[in-house]
Design a protein around this ligand. Structure first.
Ligand SMILES: [Zn+2]
Length: 353
């Protein structure tokens, strides 16, 4: 049984392709982070190698070995694995912390050309395909142009626009959509026995991404980190420029080590400023961060719509700049400069002080 939920159209298409044995040699799985791309990729790897009449059964030896990460023909490629491969195969290759290098792709190409070891298909899953360096992407392109038989490449990306069009055009594109909030809340209460109140808050926070909720339920740290990010954001609104710049420097240093946590912070910021705009527009019921409603209302009363709008645009611009590898520290400093400032003893409302 497919484990991914809320992606019925994609599953119907894949079931049909499996029945017809009409499998593409490369798929591009796109959608926001935690929407289910990795689950779907592993499920597809299972389906391609499953021995049950209704694949993926999830129970046979092959299906179990894939989920446990032990199957010899299924490789999940993340930045850590790439760094290890590069170190072993080509010590000359400049190893970047944030990019997949060409030596890694060359090694994968060698592996792809070997016969399968225990399954029918070799499957290579790229967790963050947007991290391919240009040289690595061009090397992969050559493989996709002359694909070895019984090899399937799965490229996962939350940032599709950062992929080379020559790569994306060689893949069958599968777009995973966030689940509607109602359906997600229902899934949480019915399949995962979450209490209705908690399910409602989580469904609100996750923007339709079931994977985010499941990670948050499995790891208290995720919700803790979210509240830490929000507390920091709240304090920055009244902070001095020096404190803001110190934070910009912190973000840039973190970004140079690992992109993902910083992108998640930016996402929380965007949801916060969107909430402020919703409150200003008298659409309080649509806000995401419902557990911070009182703080949001207080802040909104001290900001005017143009300030909120301008800063939201600044956030989007910063995201775009760091995608494009503009000096991250400059980008974050400029963001901090443009953040509206709420005086420490701000009045509580627009009227009557
Ligand atoms: Zn199976």
């Amino acid at each position: 049984m497919w484990q991914v939920r809320g992606q019925d159209k994609i599953l119907a298409l894949l079931n049909h392709s499996l029945e017809e044995q009409n499998i593409a040699h490369a798929y591009l799985l796109v959608g926001p982070s935690h929407v289910g791309k990795r689950t779907l990729a592993l499920n597809l790897a299972q389906a391609l190698n499953c021995n049950d009449p209704h694949p993926p059964c999830g129970q046979c030896r092959s299906c179990r070995r894939i989920i446990e990460g032990k199957h010899a023909d299924v490789t999940v490629i993340d930045l850590d694995l790439c760094r290890r491969i590069s170190k072993e195969t080509d010590p000359e290759d400049t190893i970047s912390r944030t990019q997949i290098g060409i030596s890694c792709i060359k090694e994968l190409q060698r592996l792809a050309n070997l016969p399968t070891y225990e399954g029918r298909y070799k499957v290579f899953i790229f967790e963050e395909a947007e991290s391919l360096s240009t040289a690595a992407a061009n090397s992969l392109l050559k493989i996709l142009e002359e694909p070895p038989p019984n090899v399937v490449w799965l490229l996962l990306s939350a940032e599709e626009r950062r992929l080379l069009p020559t790569i994306t055009s060689r893949c069958q594109r599968l777009e995973l959509k966030p689940m509607p909030e109602k359906q997600l809340k229902q899934t949480l209460t019915e399949f995962y026995n979450i209490e209705p109140d908690k399910a409602e808050l989580l469904a609100h926070l996750c923007h339709g991404r079931l994977g985010w909720v499941l990670s948050a339920l499995a790891d208290d740290g995720i919700l803790f980190q979210r509240s830490q990010t929000i507390d920091r954001l709240i304090s920055l609104l009244t902070a001095s420029l020096g404190q803001r710049f110190a934070y910009a420097q912190e973000l840039a240093a973190q970004f140079s080590q690992e992109r993902k946590p910083v992108m998640e912070i930016m996402e929380i910021w965007l949801s916060w400023w969107r909430d402020l705009m919703l409150i200003k527009s008298k659409c309080k019921e649509a806000i995401t961060n419902t557990d911070y409603e009182a703080v949001l209302e207080k802040q909104a009363s001290n900001l005017c719509p143009s300030e909120i709008n301008n800063f939201t645009n600044n956030l989007l611009l910063t995201e775009e700049q760091i995608y494009r590898n503009v000096n991250a520290r400059l980008a974050f400093e400029s963001l901090m400069l443009n953040m509206p400032k709420i005086p420490l003893r701000a009045k509580r409302g627009n009227h009557n002080g």
